[in-house]
Design a protein around this ligand. Structure first.
Ligand code: URA
Length: 433
């Protein structure tokens, strides 16, 4: 087999065979295929697309390129949730303990933030002492004892994806539907879950800017999950605005704890309850409607918060921070961003909001950057709210005052005002089952 022929076939609109796809991913993994040929094939896939069969083959080859987890020692049904990435998206911190409080197991591998999107592992590391690496034995024991554990990806998961993503990132081939689906699901399927709920974000803060494209990506990922023998559902959720009011690591943990205490922002709480309801329902706890009631109950009776605290303690985190979030270390400086005009906020560029948080030190541009956990943004107004000239749009937090100027500029230019109140947009557009 020759890589040249595979590239030519896809360039001319052909359908690759399973063997050709395995040969390609094998060569990416062992380094025998040069970067220029890998990039050329990614570009051909970008323009020509792939059939569902080809995308499944690509996903399974990516999954099989590295370690796979064996969860057979975990008792009970295992459910995972995966978000395609957004701004202010701290849902895992709320959803996992809700689900685990009903005896359903959540053995979660999470990612770090990169660019404008945050990552669950970084958020958890904002809790002093919290360990995001556990041995296989400790991980499985904790999931059996407490119902959930969240760790980073320490193993060699889907190494082919790491190489492919790095090349896609510099060759303008990230936003290809089959490549995104194979990348996300290749990693997800390396874990050993029974059910997967996908949170496919749509709008200005996500990879997919339109609901139609998000639905198509969701359909593809659900088909891949089903082909792999997993019960899979996708929810298309709104990322045309940040989720909740907090953006930045410790600020988001505090907001998640407030939500577990029953005092979370309406939009964030609603998305968490819906995701938890689908996870519980897939795990056999009844209809989605009833499971949503169960999820509400787990917040109201404190069992979800208690489960979260047990997880934090088990992973070495300081539980006093969760018991009283005032104990979180604060940034040295705070700065109020004030609106220069009056009107209803009708539209925001959510990606720019994420970039503003990054500019304050809350994220990383490259994988080596060090995160400032206390940096970030607390929004005071969101889409649909009226704001008067001189009123506070957001409070910025940083340990370096010079970072405020760039972040303020980004926020103000990303916030569009108009005279009329805009129509409410759905938080959850639809589900793909
Ligand atoms: N997230 C991933 O893991 N991969 C992609 O290609 C896009 C988003």
């Amino acid at each position: 087999m020759r890589m040249y022929d595979i590239i030519k076939k896809k360039r001319d609109g052909g359908e690759l065979t399973t063997e050709e796809i395995k040969y390609f991913i094998g060569g990416v993994t062992d380094g025998s295929i040069p970067d220029y040929q890998t990039s050329a094939l990614c570009m051909a896939i970008y323009f020509r697309g792939m059939t569902v069969r080809e995308t499944c083959d690509l996903t399974f080859a990516v999954r099989d390129s590295g370690d796979r987890l064996d969860f057979s020692d975990i008792d009970g049904i295992r459910v995972d949730k995966h978000s395609t990435g957004g701004v202010g998206d701290k849902t895992s911190l709320v959803v996992a303990p809700i689900v685990a409080s009903f005896g359903i197991k959540v053995a979660k591998m999470s990612g770090r933030g990169l660019g404008h999107t945050g990552g669950t592992v970084d958020k958890l590391e904002a809790i002093e002492g919290f360990k995001t690496t556990l041995s296989d034995e400790d991980f499985i024991k904790q999931v059996n004892d407490i119902g959930f554990a969240i760790v980073g990806q320490s193993k060699q998961f889907a190494p082919a994806d790491k190489k492919l993503y790095a090349l896609r990132d510099v060759t303008a081939t990230v936003d290809s539907m089959p490549l995104i689906a194979a990348s996300i699901m290749g990693k997800k399927l390396a874990a050993d879950d029974d059910c997967i709920v996908l949170d496919v974000k749509t709008g200005s803060g996500s990879f997919m800017k339109s609901v139609e494209d998000s639905k198509a990506l969701a359909r593809l990922m659900v088909d891949i999950g089903k082909n792999a023998g997993k019960k899979t559902v996708a929810l298309i959720t709104n990322m045309d605005r940040p989720l909740g009011y907090a953006i930045g690591n410790s600020l988001e943990v505090i907001e998640a704890v407030e939500t577990l205490n029953g005092h979370g922002p309406k939009d964030f709480t609603e998305v968490c309850l819906t995701l938890a309801a689908y996870m519980l329902s897939l795990a056999g706890k009844g209809s989605v409607e009833n499971c949503k009631k169960l999820a509400e109950q787990a917040i109201a009776d404190g069992s979800a918060l208690e489960t979260f605290k047990r997880m934090v303690k088990a992973q070495g985190g300081d539980v006093k921070l969760i018991e009283n979030t005032e104990n979180f270390k604060k940034a040295k400086y705070a700065y109020a961003v004030k609106s220069t005009v009056s009107g209803y906020i009708c539209k925001v560029d959510t990606e720019a909001y994420g970039l503003a948080s990054l500019a304050l030190g809350a994220g990383r541009n490259t994988i080596e950057d060090v995160i400032d956990y206390s940096a970030g943004i607390m929004l005071r107004r969101k889409t649909g709210d009226y704001i008067k000239a001189g009123d506070e749009l957001a409070t910025l937090y940083a340990n370096d005052k010079t970072k405020f100027t760039a972040a303020e500029k980004l926020l103000l230019s990303a916030t569009l005002l108009q005279d009329e109140k805009p129509q409410d947009e759905p938080l959850v557009y639809c589900t793909v089952e």
